[in-house]
Design a protein around this ligand. Structure first.
Ligand code: UD1
Ligand code: CA
Length: 449
């Protein structure tokens, strides 16, 4: 396939009312520009060339410094943006697909169909279009005998042209040479004082070239994101697609409209997701799990048959048959092995809990290693921080840490030992022993009298 792509992403995005460049705003967790690049990569073009300008460093941070790009120093319009790629494409005489960086709902199949239609028809240029009942803001497609005559922008449209419902999606297939020949003839004599890419169409038609449109039935797919309202609409569409994909692959979503699953998340068969779940980043969830309440899981890997209720899980690993929550929090680098139970108001950070460990209530475990089947009593805290450094707590298997114990790290507690409730443990505890550290109880009889 002799195809290169040009992605326009230099604009300020004034209507977004944002400090960020528009194209790095996220739709369902993915920056718009990354979404478009990944869709285009599906077509295997020779290269994707970005046109960057406004805050280009921030865009490059998102797409990677190695991205191919040209710079549009001043944003003088979409036509002016494309002209910046002229030198880069000087030796190229193939097809070029031009797209805007703010149309993140386009699908790979659509772009492939558009390109194939373009190739088969032999037209000079093909424009992706769709029909909008309310076409306000989009360029209108003026046609005669089924062929495109011109694209007229909202600002220049006469009342007659404003009635046209076929709109420009901002995606075009051109021949590279012919595109730059026509661009040499555009001007900025219009309401916005900009060089419009869309003026290329009228010029080509004037030269007797055939320009056609490829009309897309699903008009939502061409949505251009110009404002925060449209950003939310685009995210909603992508979420809908993602949720559909999950259900088609066997997951159970109780209320898809209230389930927030980002693009890259994977969910196994028969896992039930209740409303309010937010699943983000590179999260993988196995089979037969139950995710209840307002649970947020980010960049984590969960096995099978796990039950989580109203909890937050960050960059952690959870093995089969774990139960967790409500109101528990796993912070990065935590590993809960099989059948661990983490209950109400328990926070675990950078710790490994071996098989069968239980920490049911009100506990903080940080930088800890807890052996198999050990029970951590309510209110236990690993005091892992002395104000400067972090230290480890190691607890052996089959031990029992009494409620409200402070384990002052670094400290080792041997296997099969018992720590009395309310103890402050500052020295290592040998295996099979009892450690108690608290003041003796005093009774003063009849004291209240
Ligand atoms: C554009 C089209 C319009 C179409 C709509 C589809 C033109 C003149 N109009 O309008 O016909 O219906 O897209 O969504 O092309 N950009 C630059 N440099 C610039 C100006 C813009 O790189 O100097 C980039 C922007 O970053 C953006 C894209 O081009 O990603 C489109 O610009 P935008 O201002 O959003 O164009 P629309 O008014 O939406
Ligand atoms: Ca736009």
């Amino acid at each position: 396939m002799k195809l290169k792509t040009l992605i326009l992403a230099a604009g300020k995005g004034t209507r977004m009312k944002s400090e960020l460049p528009k194209v790095i705003h996220k739709v369902n967790g993915v920056p718009m520009i990354s979404k478009i690049i990944s869709v285009l990569n599906g077509l295997e073009p020779e290269e994707n060339i970005l046109i960057l300008g406004h805050k280009k460093e921030e865009v490059l941070k998102v797409v990677g410094e190695e991205a191919d790009y040209v710079v549009q120093t001043e944003q003088l319009g979409t036509g002016h943006a494309v002209i910046q790629a002229k030198e880069k494409l000087a030796d190229y005489d193939g097809d070029v697909m031009v797209l805007c960086g703010d149309t993140p709902l386009l699908r790979e199949e659509t772009l492939r169909d558009l390109y194939n239609f373009h190739k088969e028809s032999g037209a000079a240029t093909t424009i992706l279009t769709s029909i909008y009942e309310n076409p306000f803001g989009y360029g209108r497609i003026v046609k005669e005998d089924g062929l495109v005559k011109a694209i007229v922008e909202e600002k220049e449209a006469t009342p007659e042209i404003k009635k046209i419902k076929e709109v420009n999606a901002g995606v075009y297939c051109f021949n590279s040479r012919e595109l730059f020949n026509a661009l040499a003839k555009i001007n900025n004599n219009n309401e916005k004082g900009e060089y419009y890419l869309t003026d290329v169409i009228g010029i080509q038609v004037g030269e007797g070239k055939k320009v056609q449109s490829f009309v897309l039935e699903d008009n939502m797919e061409i949505l251009g994101v110009n404002s925060k309202v449209e950003l939310a609409q685009a995210s909603e569409v992508l979420r809908g697609r993602k949720n559909l994909e999950l259900m088609e692959n066997g997951a159970i979503l109780i209320d898809p409209k209230a389930t927030y699953v980002e693009e890259s998340v994977k969910v196994g068969k028969d896992t039930v997701i209740y409303p309010g779940a937010v699943l983000q980043g590179d999260t993988v969830i196995g089979k037969n799990c139950e995710i209840l309440g307002t649970t947020r899981i980010i960049d984590s890997v969960l096995g099978n048959n796990i039950r989580i209720e109203s909890s937050v899980i960050e960059e952690s690993q959870i093995d089969d048959y774990v139960t967790m929550g409500p109101f528990a929090h796993l912070r990065p680098k935590t590993h809960l092995k099989e059948k661990v139970h983490i209950g109400n108001f328990v926070e675990v950070k950078k710790s490994t809990l071996e098989k069968g460990v239980k920490a049911g209530h009100l506990t903080y475990l940080g930088d800890a290693q807890v052996g198999e089947d050990t029970n951590i009593g309510a209110g236990t805290i690993t005091c892992n921080y002395d104000g400067k450094n972090k230290f480890k707590t190691v607890i052996g298997k089959n031990s029992f840490i009494g409620s409200d114990s402070m384990l002052v790290a670094p400290v080792n507690i041997g296997e099969n030992s018992l720590v009395g409730a309310g103890s402050v443990i500052t020295k290592d505890v040998p295996e099979n022993s009892l450690a108690v550290s608290r003041s003796k109880q005093i009774i003063k009889n009849d004291w209240r009298k």
